[in-house]
Design a protein around this ligand. Structure first.
Ligand code: PGA
Length: 251
């Protein structure tokens, strides 16, 4: 049985007090977790979460970005080697906010993915089309290009995961329907097996974009969806707990 994932992308949210409250709340829920419950907070909060997240059992704590180099003159950046050294287990790369606000190209993302994998970090590599691209029937073309360029030169690696996040569904409350999500996930699965052969078929695929407790179950019931990359709903204890219970029920 493949595990189901609930990966919280906290983005630039939460402070010390609200983080403590979050984990106290989770403790009180006394959940029996049978899913992969992961969280990516802001960089400086990572050590705090690593201390507090024991309540989530095998929770993994990750980063939302990493640099294109391992060390040197890169003021303001955080090296994947440093992340690994600090016990960080995964990194989210290629998120649409990195692509749009910070102008990260597929080539830059490819460098980051390659380096993070070389440093033994698990990588959640994000792809997804904008509303305009979807309306112009470009979804598959855009996703194919992001996959080809973002994963260029890579051999199969068991640490690689892919998240499909349609940009029009992120933070908007508009989730892709389970059928829309499954259609693109199945396409991604096919593309990954063209590049990686049989092993491409077992790469975990996450859906992201307004995932909430009331739509997660139906999304997870689709054959090509292994979990969720969750922004807004992962910030709230009740919602994050509910998502973990839903994912655990698939065990
Ligand atoms: P959302 O964000 O769940 O708030 O739509 C998802 C993401 O950006 O990863």
């Amino acid at each position: 049985m493949k595990p189901k994932y609930v990966v919280g992308n906290w983005k630039m949210n939460h402070n010390l007090a609200s983080i403590k409250e979050f984990f106290m709340g989770l403790d009180r829920m006394k959940m029996e977790l049978k899913c992969e419950a992961w969280i990516a907070p802001q960089f400086v909060h990572i050590p705090i979460l690593k201390d507090l997240a024991f309540s989530l059992g095998k929770a993994k704590i990750g980063a939302q970005n990493s640099a294109i180099a391992e060390s040197g003159a890169h003021t303001g950046e955080v090296s994947p080697a440093t992340l690994a050294d600090m016990g960080v287990e995964f990194v989210i790369l290629g998120h649409s906010e990195r692509r749009s606000i910070y102008k990260e190209s597929n080539e830059v993302i490819n460098q980051k993915v390659t380096l993070a994998l070389n440093n033994s970090l698990k990588v959640i590599f994000c792809v997804g089309e904008t509303l305009e691209e979807r309306e112009n029937n470009k979804t598959f073309e855009v996703v194919r290009q992001q996959l080809h360029q973002g994963l260029k030169g890579l051999m199969w690696n068991s640490d690689l995961m892919v998240a499909y996040e349609p940009v029009w569904a992120i933070g908007t409350g508009k989730t892709a329907t389970p059928d829309q999500a499954e259609e693109v996930h199945a396409f991604i699965r096919k593309e990954l097996s063209l590049q990686f052969g049989e092993q491409g078929k077992v790469i975990p695929l996450l859906y992201g974009g307004s995932v909430k407790p009331d739509n997660f179950g139906e999304l997870l019931s689709k054959p090509s969806i292994d979990g969720g990359l969750v922004g807004g709903a992962s910030l709230k204890i009740a919602d994050y707990g509910a998502l973990c219970s839903i994912a655990s029920s698939y065990y």
